[in-house]
Design a binder for this molecule. Structure first.
Ligand code: HEC
Ligand code: HEC
Length: 269
C-alpha cells in the first residue's frame, strides 16, 4: 500500500510506524496532547478526544490482506469490464452488495461461502464490541458513583481513583475506535478481537478498583450496576437525537443479554 500523504489533517500517528499504527500509539498521541481532548463525557465529566473513521489505521495494523500487499481499492473498487476494456469501478461500496466479485479475483469460494465468512467475522466482532461496550458503560457509572459518594481528591483515595480513571480511558478509546471503523471488524479480524479483549479487561480493572474503593468507604455498590441507558440515548447533542429502536443490535452471540439483561423492551420503557 502506498503511503498516504495528508497535508492539512493532523493525524495522531507520531511514534507509530507505517503498517503498525496500533491503537496504543493512537491513544498515546491523543492522551499526551491536551488540545485534542475536545469533548466532555456527561456521565464521568472526563475530557476525551475524538477518534474518527480509523479504517486505514485498523486495516494497516498487520491485517492478513495488508500483509499480502493489498490496498483499499482491491476490494472496494473492483475491476469492471466495459466493451472489453477493464476499468476499476469508482462506485465505492460494500463488497457484499456486489456478489463478492472483488473477493473472487483471489478466493475460490462461492458467493455464499464468502458472504458467510464475512458475516461470521462481523458477528464475532459485534459480540465483543457490545460486551466491551456494556463493561465500559458499567465502569462509567462506577466513576459517576465514586465522584458522587467519596472525595476523590482526598490523599488516600486519589491514587486508586486516578488509576481507575486511567483504565477507563483505555477501555473507552478502544470501544470508540472499534465502533468508528466501518467494516464491523472485517478489515482486521484478529486485531479487532485483541483490541476489544483489552477494552473489556481495562473496563473490568476500572470496576474492580472502584468497587474496592467504594466498599472501603462504606458505600454499597450493587452487584449489577444500573446503566440507565435511556438517560444517555435520548436528547443527544445539538440535534437532540433520540434512541432509535431500529438501530438496537442485540449481541449476536447472546452473551451480553445474559450478563446485562438489557432488552429492547427495557430500553423502550
Ligand atoms: C479484503 C477486502 C477489503 C479491503 C482490502 C478493504 N476493505 Fe473495506 N470493507 C470490506 C468488507 C467486506 C466490508 C464490509 C461491508 C459490509 O458490511 O457491507 C468493508 C467495509 C468498508 C466500509 C463501509 C462500507 C459500507 O458500505 O458498509 C468502508 C468505509 C471501508 N470498508 C473502507 C476501507 C478502507 C479505507 C480500506 C483501506 C484502508 C479498506 N476498506 C480495505 C473489505 C475490504
Ligand atoms: C488480491 C487478492 C485478494 C482479494 C481481492 C481478497 N483476498 Fe482475502 N486473502 C487473500 C490472501 C492472499 C489471504 C491469505 C493470507 C494468509 O493466508 O495469510 C487472504 C485471507 C483472507 C481471509 C482469512 C483472514 C484471516 O483472518 O486469517 C478471509 C476471511 C478473506 N481473505 C476474505 C476475503 C473477502 C471476503 C474478500 C472480498 C471482500 C477478500 N478476501 C479479498 C487475498 C485476497
Amino acid at each position: 500500500m502506498r503511503r498516504q500523504r495528508h497535508v492539512d489533517v493532523d493525524l495522531p500517528w507520531e511514534g507509530g510506524q507505517w503498517g503498525a499504527l496500533s491503537v496504543e500509539t493512537i491513544i498515546n498521541n491523543l492522551e499526551t496532547n491536551p488540545s485534542r481532548l475536545e469533548w466532555t463525557q456527561e456521565v464521568t465529566g472526563l475530557k476525551i478526544a475524538f477518534i474518527r473513521h480509523p479504517d486505514v489505521e485498523f486495516f494497516t495494523a498487520g491485517s492478513p490482506h495488508m500483509n499480502v500487499g493489498m490496498a483499499c481499492n482491491d476490494c472496494h473498487m473492483p475491476d469492471v469490464k466495459i466493451r472489453n476494456r477493464t476499468f476499476s469501478s469508482h462506485n465505492l461500496m460494500s463488497p457484499l452488495k456486489a456478489d463478492m466479485a472483488a473477493c473472487k479475483r483471489c478466493h475460490y469460494d462461492t458467493t455464499e461461502e464468502l458472504r458467510t465468512t464475512v458475516l461470521e467475522i462481523q458477528n464475532a466482532n459485534a459480540s465483543a464490541l457490545i460486551t466491551a461496550g456494556y463493561k465500559t458503560a458499567t465502569a462509567a457509572k462506577l466513576i459517576e458513583l465514586a465522584k458522587a459518594s467519596v472525595e476523590t481528591s482526598a490523599a488516600d483515595v486519589q491514587p486508586a481513583y486516578e488509576q481507575a480513571v486511567g483504565h477507563y480511558r483505555g477501555a473507552l478509546y478502544r470501544v470508540i475506535f472499534m465502533g468508528a471503523e466501518n467494516s464491523m471488524g472485517f478489515h482486521n479480524p484478529a486485531e479487532g478481537q485483541r483490541i476489544l479483549a483489552d477494552a473489556a479487561a481495562e473496563a473490568d480493572a476500572t470496576a474492580a478498583i472502584l468497587r474496592d474503593l467504594l466498599t472501603s468507604r462504606g458505600v454499597e455498590v450493587p452487584a449489577e450496576v444500573p446503566l440507565q441507558l435511556r438517560t444517555y440515548l435520548d436528547n443527544r447533542g445539538a440535534h437532540q437525537k433520540g434512541f432509535a429502536a431500529a438501530q438496537y443490535i442485540p449481541d449476536p452471540a447472546g452473551i451480553a443479554q445474559t450478563t446485562w439483561p438489557v432488552s429492547l423492551a427495557a430500553l423502550l420503557q
